[in-house]
Design a protein around this ligand. Structure first.
Ligand code: SAM
Length: 285
C-alpha cells in the first residue's frame, strides 16, 4: 500500500475533541490523507480491537496509544474518554469502515456532545454505501436496516415491517446466513430485485443481482465466503425484475435447454450453467 507521507498533509497540532475516523473495509489504499494525519497525531485512539487497529497503525506508520472501547464499556471508561477529549484530541475507530454504522460509538458520541466536547467526523469507507453504489438499484431513497435478526420469527417480523417502504433496503449479512435470509425474502418478496455485494474493495469483490430464487440457486451451489451487503430494490421495481424462470419457460417452448440457457444468460447476465441446470430441471417436471 502507498500510504500518504506525513509531508503531504499540512502538519498542525490537532484541537482537543473527539475525531470519528472511518477506516478501510478491505483495501488499505482507501484510507484518507486526513485519517492518516489524525490517527498519527491524536493522544489516544479508542478502538474495538487493538490487534485489528494495531495492523492499520503499523501500515500507516503511526505509533499512537490505543484504548479498547465498545458501547458495552463501563460508564467509567466512557467518562474518562470524554474528559480526555475535552482537553486533548481523541480518535474513535471501529475494526473497519465508519464507526457507529452497525459498530460501537453511539454512546460515546452522545455523551461527548452532552458534555460540550467538540465532535468531528472524518468520512470514508462504509460498506452500506459502497454496496448501494455497486448494486444498480434505485438510490434516490434507501433505508439502512443493519443486520437481520438470526431467529426465523424475528426476521419475518422485520421483513413485514419493512415490506411496504418505498425505498431500496440495505442490510449487512454474513456468508453462513445469506441463503436463510434470501429464503425469507423469497417468501416475503418473491419478485423484488436483490443484489448481493460481496468482499467490496477486496480481491474477490463481486456484485450479483437477480430475484431471490435466482440468488438462492446460485449461493446454494456456491456457498458465499467473506463479507456481504444484501440490498433489496423498492416494491415499485417489481415489474421491472426479470423473472428468469418465466423467461426460461418461454425459451424452452422454442429451443433446447442449452440454447434457452444461453439466451436467458445473455438477457439477464445470470450464470449460464446455473440456468442450464434449471432449464433441465424445468423440462423434467
Ligand atoms: N461500520 C462498518 C461500515 O461502515 O461498513 C460495518 C461494520 S459491521 C460490524 C460489518 C458488516 O459490514 C459485515 O458483516 C458486512 O455485512 C459489512 N461489510 C464490511 N466490510 C465489507 C466488505 N468489504 N464487503 C461487503 N460487506 C462488508
Amino acid at each position: 500500500m502507498n500510504t500518504p507521507s506525513s509531508e503531504s498533509v499540512p502538519v498542525k497540532a490537532l484541537d482537543p475533541g473527539l475525531y470519528i475516523v472511518a477506516t478501510p473495509i478491505g483495501n488499505l489504499g482507501d484510507i484518507t490523507m486526513r485519517a492518516v494525519d489524525v490517527l498519527r497525531n491524536v493522544s489516544v485512539i479508542a478502538c474495538e480491537d487493538t490487534r485489528v487497529t494495531g495492523k492499520l497503525l503499523k501500515a500507516i506508520e503511526a505509533k499512537t496509544r490505543m484504548q479498547r472501547y465498545d458501547d458495552h464499556a463501563s460508564e467509567d471508561v466512557r467518562r474518562r474518554l470524554v474528559e480526555l477529549a475535552a482537553r486533548e484530541p481523541v480518535a474513535l475507530v471501529s475494526d473497519a469502515g465508519t464507526p457507529l454504522v452497525s459498530d460501537p460509538g453511539y454512546r460515546l458520541v452522545r455523551e461527548a456532545r452532552a458534555a460540550g466536547v467538540a465532535v468531528t467526523s472524518l468520512p470514508g469507507p462504509c460498506a452500506a454505501v459502497a454496496g448501494l453504489t455497486l448494486s444498480g438499484l434505485p438510490n434516490d431513497r434507501f433505508l439502512f436496516a443493519g443486520f437481520l435478526p438470526a431467529k426465523d420469527k424475528a426476521r419475518g417480523d422485520v421483513l413485514e415491517q419493512l415490506g411496504g417502504i418505498d425505498a431500496t433496503l440495505v442490510f449487512y449479512e454474513t456468508g453462513p446466513r445469506l441463503v436463510r435470509s434470501l429464503n425469507a425474502m423469497a417468501e416475503a418478496w418473491p419478485r423484488r430485485e436483490i443484489a448481493v455485494a460481496r468482499e467490496i474493495t477486496k480481491l474477490h469483490e463481486e456484485c450479483r443481482t437477480g430475484t431471490p430464487a435466482d440468488l438462492i440457486r446460485h449461493y446454494t451451489a456456491h456457498p458465499p465466503k467473506g463479507e456481504i451487503v444484501l440490498l433489496v430494490g423498492p416494491p415499485a421495481e417489481d415489474a421491472a425484475v426479470h423473472d428468469s424462470d418465466a423467461m426460461l419457460r418461454d425459451a424452452l417452448s422454442e429451443m433446447s435447454a442449452s440454447k434457452a440457457a444461453g439466451k436467458v444468460a445473455k438477457l439477464t447476465g445470470l450464470d449460464r450453467q446455473e440456468l442450464y441446470a434449471r432449464a433441465v430441471e424445468m423440462k423434467s417436471q
